[in-house]
Design a protein around this ligand. Structure first.
Ligand code: COA
Length: 374
C-alpha cells in the first residue's frame, strides 16, 4: 500500500461578485413588482405577498456577506433572476470543464507536476452540466492526461468523497496521481426568487492533486492519514430535477421543487451532531486527541454551524485562525467550500501538524479527511 499525499490545490474564482446589498435590492425590486402584478389576488387573500429580504438577516443567520458568480446581470435582473450563460457548441469546452481546467492548472503548478504524471481525473460536484460524456473525461482530454476519468456526485460532500476515492485508488496502485476537481455552479440550481435561500450559494471551482508520497516533490504537502465517509438519507435538502422530468405530467412547468430547496432549520439541527460525532469518532479511531489538531477546514454553509462544530470537536472555543471560514466572501459553494478553506489556510502549518477537512450536506452526507503536514 502506498502512502498518499495532497501535493497541490487550486481555486478558480469567478470575476463577478454580488454583495448582500446588491442581492437584496434586486430581490426586493422583484418582490415589489410581483406584489403590484398580483395586487388584486393579494387583496382578496387568494395569494400571499412576496415578503422583502433583508441584509441584516442574511449576515446574522448565515455569516454570508458576498458571493462570486459566473453571471451577475441575469441574477440581478428582476425580470430574469437566474444566471444567463450562452450556449456552447459541442466542440467548445463546456463551462464546468473550463472552470476545472483553470483550477487544475493551479493545483498542478503548486504540486510541480506535469499532466504526463497524472493517471486520472475525478470530477466531483453537486451538479453536472450534462449526463454524458463525463465532464471529467473532457477535462482529461483538455489537459492531455492519459488514463481515465469519471464524474461523481455526493452533493456538498462530493470533494471529500472524491478525495477518499482518489486516495484509495492511489494507495492500492491503480493510479500514481489523480486530479480531483469540483466545479460548482451553484447559482444555476438556486431559486433566486425565494428569500429563504436566495443568499446562500455562490460559484467556484477547486482542484486537488493527490499522488503517491514517494513520487511527490512538492515541499508543502499533506499526507492523507485517514478518510471516513458517512451517508444517511434525508429529504431536508432536495432537488427533483432529473432526466425523468418530461415523463411526468406538469413537471416541465416552472416548479419550485426542480431547484435546490431545503428545510434550513432542520438541516442545521440534525447535521451538526452527525458531523461532530463523525469527526470525534474518526479521530478516536486514529488515536488522535482533538487537542492535537492544528486546524479544522469545515464545509462552508453557515457560520453558526461551523462555530458549534468547532466547539464540539475541540471542547472549547476555537482560537482565531484555527477554523478558517471563507463563506463570508464565497457563500456556500457546495463541495468546494472546505477545499477553498484548506487551499487558502494551510501553507503556514509546521511539519507534523494535523488537521481535518470536513464536508457535510445533502444526502445527508458527511466526509472527514485527516491530514498531516509532511
Ligand atoms: N430576509 C429576511 N427575513 C428572512 C429571510 C430573508 N432573506 N429569509 C428568511 N427570513 C425570515 C423567515 O421567514 C423567518 O421568519 P418567521 O420567523 O416570521 O417565520 C425568519 O426569518 C427565520 O427564518 P429561518 O429559515 O428559520 O432562518 P434560520 O435562522 O434558520 O436561517 C438558514 C436560515 C438557511 C441560513 C439556516 O437555516 C441554515 O444555514 N441552515 C443550514 C443550511 C445548510 O447547511 N444547508 C446545506 C446546503 S447544501
Amino acid at each position: 500500500m502506498h502512502k498518499v499525499v495532497i501535493s497541490g490545490t487550486g481555486v478558480f474564482t469567478p470575476e463577478q461578485s454580488i454583495s448582500n446589498a446588491e442581492l437584496v435590492e434586486a430581490f426586493n425590486t422583484y418582490a415589489t413588482r410581483q406584489n403590484e402584478l398580483y395586487a388584486d389576488e393579494i387583496a382578496a387573500g387568494t395569494r400571499a405577498p412576496v415578503t422583502m429580504s433583508n441584509e441584516e438577516f442574511i449576515v446574522r443567520a448565515s455569516g454570508i456577506e458576498s458571493r462570486y458568480v459566473l453571471n451577475k446581470s441575469g441574477i440581478l435582473d428582476p425580470d430574469i433572476m437566474h444566471p444567463v450563460l450562452p450556449e456552447r457548441s459541442d466542440e467548445d469546452l463546456s463551462v464546468m470543464a473550463q472552470m476545472a481546467v483553470h483550477a487544475a492548472s493551479l493545483a498542478l503548478t503548486k504540486a510541480g507536476r506535469d499532466t504526463s504524471e497524472v493517471d486520472a481525473v475525478i470530477c466531483a460536484a453537486s451538479n453536472h452540466e450534462r449526463p454524458y460524456p463525463a465532464i471529467a473525461i473532457e477535462v482529461q482530454q483538455a489537459l492531455g492526461i492519459e488514463g481515465f476519468g469519471f464524474d461523481m456526485n455526493v452533493a456538498c460532500s462530493s470533494a471529500t468523497f472524491g478525495i477518499q476515492a482518489a486516495a484509495d485508488m492511489i494507495r492500492s496502485g491503480s493510479a500514481r496521481a489523480i486530479l480531483m476537481v469540483n466545479p460548482e455552479i451553484c447559482s444555476a440550481h438556486l431559486e433566486w426568487r425565494d428569500r429563504d435561500c436566495h443568499f446562500i450559494f455562490g460559484d467556484v471551482c477547486t482542484a486537488v492533486l493527490l499522488e503517491r508520497d514517494d513520487l511527490a516533490t512538492a515541499k508543502d504537502r499533506f499526507e492523507i492519514v485517514s478518510t471516513r465517509c458517512l451517508t444517511r438519507f434525508s429529504n431536508n435538502i432536495r432537488n427533483n430535477n432529473g432526466f425523468l422530468r418530461r415523463t411526468r405530467e406538469g413537471h416541465m412547468t416552472d416548479r419550485r421543487d426542480m431547484l435546490f430547496r431545503q428545510e434550513g432549520r432542520k438541516v442545521f439541527k440534525q447535521v451538526v451532531p452527525i458531523v461532530s460525532d463523525l469527526i470525534l469518532t474518526h479521530l478516536a479511531d486514529e488515536n488522535i486527541a482533538p487537542a492535537h489538531l492544528s486546524r479544522l477546514w469545515l464545509h462552508q454553509a453557515n457560520k453558526g454551524m461551523n462555530d458549534l462544530i468547532g466547539v464540539k470537536v475541540l471542547g472549547r472555543e476555537p482560537e482565531p485562525g484555527e477554523q478558517p471560514n471563507i463563506l463570508q466572501d464565497y457563500a456556500n459553494t457546495s463541495s468546494a467550500g472546505s477545499i477553498i478553506a484548506f487551499s487558502k489556510y494551510s501553507d503556514d502549518l509546521a511539519p507534523g501538524s494535523l488537521g481535518v477537512i470536513c464536508s457535510f450536506g445533502a444526502g445527508y452526507s458527511v466526509g472527514s479527511v485527516i491530514v498531516r503536514k509532511v
